[in-house]
Design a protein around this ligand. Sequence first.
Ligand SMILES: [Zn+2]
Length: 62
Amino acid sequence: MKAKVLTPRSKFLEIECVKCKERIIVFDKASTLIKCENCGEEIVIPSGGHAYIIGKVLRVLD
Ligand SMILES: [Zn+2]
């Protein structure tokens, strides 16, 4: 399923680190690199508008 990118509002996403399974809440338009607090693995990389998510998205928080 493709995620819609035209949503007017920004969201928070619950991401699971692919390395250590730590769960992290991130902003879907993060403008800075976000790393796992537990193991330091990169979770979100900023890419202009929407952030590029490396971890597994568990759910979207409104
Ligand atoms: Zn981790």
